[in-house]
Ligand binder design. Sequence first.
Ligand code: NAG
Ligand code: NAG
Ligand code: NAG
Ligand code: NAG
Ligand code: NAG
Ligand code: NAG
Ligand code: NAG
Ligand code: NAG
Ligand code: NAG
Length: 530
Amino acid sequence: MRRFDLFALLLPLVAGLMPGSLAFGNISHKCNASTFSFPSILGAELIDLTADAVHNYSRTALLPGTDLAEHPTVSFCNVTVSYSHIGWGDTINVSVWIPLQGWNERMLGLGGGGFSASFGSLYQTAAVAKGFVAIGTDSGHEAGLQASTDPSFWMVNAPGNLNTNLVEDWASKTLGELSTIGKKAVRDFFNQGPSYSYFTGCSGGGRQGLELAQAFPTAFDGILAAAPATYIETFLLSGYYPTLLMDDLNSYPAPCEIQAFTQAAVNHCDELDGLKDGIISNSSACQFNANDLVGEAFSCNEMESTFSETGAKIVQAAWDGPHNSEASWPGVSFDADLSASAVTTECNDSNNNCTSASGESLFGVAIKNLILANPGYDLEELTADEFYRLLALASAKFRQWVGAANPQLLRFHQAGGKLITWHGGADEVIPTKGSAHYYETVLAQNADVTDFFRHFEAPGVGHCAAGAGPMPNSALEQLMNWVENGVAPETLDAYSLTTGMQRPLCPYPSEQVYDGGNVSAVESFICVPK
Ligand SMILES: *[C@@H]1O[C@H](CO)[C@@H](O)[C@H](O)[C@H]1NC(C)=O
Ligand SMILES: *[C@@H]1O[C@H](CO)[C@@H](O)[C@H](O)[C@H]1NC(C)=O
Ligand SMILES: *[C@@H]1O[C@H](CO)[C@@H](O)[C@H](O)[C@H]1NC(C)=O
Ligand SMILES: *[C@@H]1O[C@H](CO)[C@@H](O)[C@H](O)[C@H]1NC(C)=O
Ligand SMILES: *[C@@H]1O[C@H](CO)[C@@H](O)[C@H](O)[C@H]1NC(C)=O
Ligand SMILES: *[C@@H]1O[C@H](CO)[C@@H](O)[C@H](O)[C@H]1NC(C)=O
Ligand SMILES: *[C@@H]1O[C@H](CO)[C@@H](O)[C@H](O)[C@H]1NC(C)=O
Ligand SMILES: *[C@@H]1O[C@H](CO)[C@@H](O)[C@H](O)[C@H]1NC(C)=O
Ligand SMILES: *[C@@H]1O[C@H](CO)[C@@H](O)[C@H](O)[C@H]1NC(C)=O
């Protein structure tokens, strides 16, 4: 009896040293609904809970804000928790994927993008492959990439009537609940909570990350928010500004003319950081006026032409952002691919007779649904006056509600939380300057901001990925090292899968400067104050 007891005592200790499933024994038999119960959440009630083991699941997957796609094979306990807020008429589905082998004792929340609260298996598969319990919520409406740009099927009950419950679920409420439900499922399954919990997301998912730090400061220990839609209520409008101007001028420049403007700006500012590499790194010193190009020749895509005056106005509007006598709102960077987002036009073969392709874009759809609660609104009727009225309305009505711009992070800091944001310098969807601005507002509240929050710009990187610049693909590992070992990131490690170049991303407000040597090597760059 004595010997047996000793064994029983030692076995978990020995097993704990071993990697993989051994540490938690053969656990797949625990993957059934009776293992799990719904946590206590004020005002919420369980609708349904399912749990089934999924073996050898395989798909192409990556983590948010990375471009490292993999094709892992994973086995996990697929837990789906459906619940409702009493009296709200909503159904929220939370997905918890628990690895059946090799749990790393951590939980990772995965954000979505656009108006989708999660991208499901795309991100969760990658997270499980790294050993995390992977969690996501649909916030009460359809999730996934497809639904990310079109909220018309859930956001408006009837023309004029916003579905305020579902907007609140998406904006904030379900995000804290995601953490609560995820942690409970981990405890139910492993008889211990996660040692650390993290959240990562890009774009709309980055906004979710910031909202978590602001409104649910103990939900996650570390948050990685890439290209966050912090000021979502206004950038959705300012993104539509160039289209408004195109309609006003009745002029729709061909995509290759737009791209030629961008190329000219890159050529002009590329070397300000000491290196001609097709990447603008010294963005604060980059000054360029599209009007200076008018009349000059350009050629692209079998088009030989000269830069037009209206083209220059439209491109400059995208860079400057909207502004009136009362306020201004940031535009996108000089090296952002305007033709992919802010100034989208379609032409026929001859590069002539182009028309706007922005009406059904993220921006147009957002104005109709979120701002106006009127999916049938004809955007061609939008006047400049009305546009500026909506911008003011959006700031007043939606910033506190759906934005994630509250600079007060005291409780997150006190809870020991760590926050990393990064934003592509060439982001074509969400103005890079918005993330810098948010960081400044937090800094103004807290001189010790770098103790718990660091922001990095990624020169030449587009929205969440793409572009000429190297990507901070290991930012999550650096965040974990900060949370778990106290090693704060001095720079983010970035590299380009296409060119192999390695660069340090500098903590804002410092900027990356070429210091001589191998242009692909990380040692050749230093960070200097602005
Ligand atoms: C683990 O448990 C499952 C279900 O109870 C069983 O089918 C499987 O054979 C077990 N695996 C091992 C390695 O014991
Ligand atoms: C369900 O999981 C529990 C452990 O939580 C286990 O005791 C039970 O045998 C499992 N039921 C089935 C049908 O596998
Ligand atoms: C999963 O794949 C492994 C390796 O190919 C195989 O041994 C195992 O039987 C598979 N499991 C199931 C449930 O298909
Ligand atoms: C996980 O379970 C949910 C709910 O039963 C189901 O809809 C989904 O397809 C499952 N996912 C996988 C990968 O099996
Ligand atoms: C959420 O889960 C319920 C089942 O509980 C299902 O009927 C519903 O379609 C799911 N919702 C979404 C948006 O997938
Ligand atoms: C950026 O360019 C300006 C103007 O050439 C220069 O004064 C400044 O030192 C540059 N800054 C960096 C970080 O390269
Ligand atoms: C070009 O577009 C115009 C108007 O949209 C159309 O009438 C014309 O047929 C198009 N030409 C070609 C070659 O597609
Ligand atoms: C553009 O389309 C119109 C018809 O919509 C046509 O009359 C005109 O010739 C076209 N112009 C060019 C340059 O293709
Ligand atoms: C330059 O640095 C890159 C990345 O570290 C490396 O792969 C390459 O071999 C280096 N080139 C030379 C000439 O040293």
